[in-house]
Design a protein around this ligand. Structure first.
Ligand SMILES: Cc1cc2nc3c(=O)[nH]c(=O)nc-3n(C[C@H](O)[C@H](O)[C@H](O)COP(=O)(O)OP(=O)(O)OC[C@H]3O[C@@H](n4cnc5c(N)ncnc54)[C@H](O)[C@@H]3O)c2cc1C
Length: 486
């Protein structure tokens, strides 16, 4: 490596920012580019939404509890970081999830949580849908294609149109709420589940398209890569916090300058060199840098570039966010074991209850609680239901306890409770999202050394955030590499 190093400042120490820093250092080695990297995080803690609390008897995830394995980027990063032997799957024998329908918990088809239903017989036997609802859903195969052409559609409109209102209300809506904490009548199909639109366009039916894909997989036309995971979701034995902690260790070892408790206020052009930036921190010091990556929530990024890129700032500001909270409760196992089965349940909006979903954490994963204790996690809030976060912690705990009593009959008191609030924590990819993101990309084309990533733009899941971190790092290092060569 030759020449004085390029300085890269990454703002935001969630998984997006930390993985970007990691890939920046990896790519720099690959291309022989000298890099000095700084990561700036406003909180005192690294990890952003990834928050694992390890107690002597419990392991509590305050934010995400796992990642989808069908998107390989999180698994790949875990492997690269040497965490492969710490990956754990969901407990196979408890693989059942329920949806509340007309006040009763009824089983969902397996695989539906990842929108890959394997068996739908539980729908017939479990009474989740009425016969009318089932027949309408089955008629999807013969239902005419949309005449909407290329116009963007909401998830609600698409799924009601294809599968009928009942299937939407009790199968799709609660799953979408569980993932995006969103309102399916606002969320864009193209920005959230584009594959469904593709299946409709290619096969005339989502069901037909899925059958073709399953048949191809069976005869090996699209074989599973060797070593591919059996579980749709995976996590790390000691919690997802292990991933961000390991990244921090690696970055420290590589000489990356890591600053916590220090927010970025603004990004300005450098007064010394037009091609560079000055990252102004909230403590009024500033960092002179060749490149900036903003891996912060879109509305925060918008504030930082208000003067520098007003149009991009305004587009980012328009990305809505919603607020949620997770409430973990630990009970003596004997007090709850007769009431709970499977991984947990989702609550359709139609049921008009304050609870969004509930996970029987100790049944879904091994080692989340010591023997004799059972950990449960409730999820509340979401689009249109944010006012619940105005409750005090004790009120939130009382509220979910009442829900657990009504829905599954848990009457005893928990031994331990923990509340995590995610105010404006979940971006909403509403209709128009993709056009907005494309416009942002266009506007920033002339500034390759100013990069924006994070869950607000190109995917909210951990794997998507990691993929974006990798893409941003490649773009930056390639642009530096071409400058070195020139
Ligand atoms: C309750 C909940 C459950 C979830 N469950 C799952 C799940 O099971 N699986 C899954 O894949 N995904 C899940 N998600 C989504 C996923 O966790 C997030 O989308 C992802 O972690 C976001 O990462 P990020 O780095 O983009 O943003 P963040 O984690 O929000 O990180 C951004 C960071 O920027 C910092 N910051 C903000 N402003 C500034 C500033 N001015 N200067 C410096 N730093 C700043 C913040 O403090 C924060 O640390 C869940 C999210 C929530 C809230």
């Amino acid at each position: 490596m030759a020449g004085s190093p390029f300085h890269v400042v990454i703002v935001g120490g969630g998984i997006s920012g930390l993985s970007t820093a990691f890939f920046v250092m990896e790519e720099a080695k690959k291309y022989g580019v000298a890099i000095q990297c700084t990561v700036v995080e406003r909180d005192a803690r690294w990890g952003g939404k990834i928050l694992t609390n390890r107690l002597p008897n419990l392991l509590i995830e305050g934010g995400p509890d796992s990642f989808l394995t069908s998107k390989p980027w999180a698994m790949d990063l875990c492997r690269t970081l040497g965490l492969e032997d710490q990956l754990i799957s969901t407990v196979v024998e408890n693989n059942r999830t329920f949806s509340l329908s007309r006040g009763v918990l009824r089983e969902l088809p397996q695989g539906l949580l990842a929108f890959r239903p394997q068996r739908v017989d539980t729908l017939v036997s479990g009474g989740l849908l009425s016969w009318g609802g089932l027949l309408r859903m089955g008629a999807e195969r013969f239902w005419p294609q949309s005449s909407r052409g290329q116009s963007e559609e909401t998830l609600g409109s698409f799924f009601r149109r294809r599968f009928g209102a009942a299937a939407f209300d009790y199968l799709i809506e609660p799953l979408v709420a569980g993932i995006y904490a969103g309102d399916a009548d606002e969320l864009s199909l193209e920005a959230t589940f584009p594959r469904f639109k593709e299946l409709e366009q290619k096969y005339g039916s989502v069901i037909k398209g899925m059958r073709v894909a399953q048949a191809k997989a069976k005869v090996g036309v699209s074989p599973k890569p060797s070593g591919s995971p059996s579980s749709l979701f995976m996590t790390l034995r000691n919690g997802l916090g292990t991933l961000t902690e390991t990244l921090i260790q690696r970055l420290t070892g590589q000489g990356v300058h890591l600053m916590t408790g220090c927010g970025c206020r603004e990004v300005q052009p450098s007064p010394h060199n037009k091609k560079k930036f000055s990252v102004v921190l909230e403590n009024e010091t500033s960092l002179d840098t060749d490149a900036v990556v903003l891996a912060t929530p879109a509305f925060r990024t918008a504030q930082m570039i208000l003067q520098l890129e007003p149009q991009v700032s305004s587009l980012l500001e328009d990305i809505p966010y919603t607020s949620t909270a997770t409430i973990s409760l630990a009970y003596p196992t004997e007090a709850v074991e007769s009431c709970i089965q499977g991984y947990g349940f989702v609550v359709p909006r139609k049921e008009k209850r304050p609870l969004l979903a509930c996970t029987w954490t100790s049944l879904k994963w091994t080692n989340r609680s010591l023997k004799g204790e059972t950990l449960i996690r409730c999820y509340v809030g979401g689009r249109g239901r944010e006012e619940i976060l105005e409750c005090e912690d004790t009120q939130l705990i009382d509220l979910v306890r009442r829900e657990l009593q009504d829905i599954v009959g848990i009457t005893s008191s928990p031994n331990y409770t923990e509340v995590h609030r995610w105010v404006q924590g979940m971006p909403q990819y509403v209709v128009g999202h993709q056009a907005r993101v494309a416009k942002i990309k266009d506007l920033l084309l002339s500034r390759p050394t100013l990069q924006i990533c994070g869950a607000g733009l190109n995917g909210i899941g951990i794997p998507d955030c990691i993929r974006e971190g990798n893409r941003v790092a490649e773009t930056l290092i390639q642009s530096f590499s071409s400058r070195v060569e020139a």
